[in-house]
Design a binder for this molecule. Structure first.
Ligand SMILES: Cc1cc2nc3c(=O)[nH]c(=O)nc-3n(C[C@H](O)[C@H](O)[C@H](O)COP(=O)(O)O)c2cc1C
Length: 257
């Protein structure tokens, strides 16, 4: 049973039908010029509340607030593309603390990211005090795996697994955990943009994510919920490297049909 419900205030409803048209679950109909839900269960995506001009629709059971949109400004398309073009994985960080408000903003970007079927199955572990301790668990594990990896990969042979192999001395690491990996990855990308907008550099650590999912000890240390897996790990800090140009990528692979 869903803990959320669509509530429609019939006194406020002006019968415009905007909620009926926007409902992906086809769960609202107009009866006597008033909106009514058909079933008590649906995606609870909230589009009906977001589109209602009379503030007649709400979703119960949330402890969080919704916010009226007052700003209709759009991002500049060229700037957006440039952010994507010039972002680089950062592996060199300043020894500088990240303010709590900035971390909160990055987490907020993750919390607000859309999820398939509106599952909202994404949660976060912020590694601060326990960061080094948890990193060393992954380091021991990778050191055990290394001889095998060395057999197959010249790049692995080239890499020494030192104490900072995963987190590169970054001040904060966020492990994104999700039931559905895609949902976690989407949150990760939005969080990277929020971090970059705050002047931070980010590394997606696939290696730590792999270690976290392969070790019960690390899962326990991360307090990972039973039905979730690590979807991605963000390594965050103020960059100690400045990239001066974009890098080349392969030509666009696209088929127009
Ligand atoms: C899903 C994913 C996992 C990654 N995992 C690691 C990692 O474990 N360690 C690392 O040093 N870089 C990691 N990277 C960074 C990639 O190596 C990097 O994105 C790629 O070489 C391109 O460089 P750029 O991000 O600077 O454009 C990862 C990137 C992605 C997208």
């Amino acid at each position: 049973m869903n803990k959320h419900h669509v509530e429609i205030d019939a006194c406020r409803c002006i019968g415009c039908g905007a909620c009926v048209r926007t409902c992906a679950a086809h769960n609202i109909e107009l009866k006597n010029k008033k909106a009514e839900t058909i079933l008590s269960d649906c995606l609870m995506c909230g589009q009906c509340t977001a589109v209602c001009p009379a503030e007649a629709v709400s979703i119960s059971g949330y402890e969080t607030e919704d916010i009226i949109k007052t700003n209709n400004e759009r991002l500049d398309p060229k700037q957006v593309l440039d952010v994507i073009r010039f972002r680089r994985s950062v592996r060199q960080f300043q020894d500088k603390k990240i303010p709590g408000e900035v971390i909160d903003e990055i987490l907020e970007a993750g919390r607000l990211t859309h999820t398939a079927k509106n599952k909202q199955d994404v949660s976060f572990a912020v590694l601060d005090r326990e960061k080094d301790h948890i990193e060393q668990m992954a380091v021991s594990m990778f050191r055990k795996w290394k001889p095998l990896a060395d057999l197959f990969s010249p790049m692995a042979r080239q890499n020494k697994i030192d104490r900072h192999f995963f987190f590169f001395k970054a001040p904060i690491v966020i492990v994104i955990m999700a039931g559905d990996k895609t949902n976690g990855i989407l949150a990760a990308q939005n969080m990277e943009f929020a971090a970059e907008a705050n002047g931070l550099g980010v590394l997606f650590s696939g290696f730590f994510t792999m270690a976290a999912n392969s070790s019960l000890k690390i899962r326990k240390a991360l307090k990972m919920p039973k039905k979730k897996r690590a979807a991605m790990t963000l390594v965050l800090g103020y960059p100690r490297v400045k990239f001066l140009r974009s890098v080349q990528r392969e030509k666009l692979k696209v088929t127009y049909l």
